[in-house]
Design a protein around this ligand. Sequence first.
Ligand code: SF4
Ligand code: SF4
Length: 120
Amino acid sequence: MTGPHHTAQTKLQKIRYAIIFALLAGKRGFCHYFCPIAVIMIIGRMIRNVIRWPALHLSANSDLCTDCKRCSEECPMGLDVNGMVRQGPMENPECILCANCVDTCPKGAIRTAWFRKERG
Ligand code: SF4
Ligand code: SF4
């Protein structure tokens, strides 16, 4: 079946699927599940970590953190930034290094850095 009525119905169906996906996937659903750049970023970070190449990354001092969770609330990727601060390595493949968490933290517990601390 073709024609303007069928075309309109197909478009409506696509819009319905898009709305359902947006509701189920949450904040930045496309970025989380479909973005091809994420794969390149993950591979790049793995190589960078292996050869310990200086690169922009997040660094945190959990001693300064008061668990106010403002960093998590402001993260555009919906990441548990507070949890990352508590766990230590601020490495998350979904982090886009926007530095919102750095700007938001009232205690200065998160910062950006280029060089990593040498392993003890
Ligand atoms: S905003 Fe700063 S103090 Fe608040 S939870 Fe995040 S890291 Fe901790
Ligand atoms: S840099 Fe941006 S994306 Fe990464 S954890 Fe902080 S707020 Fe989230």
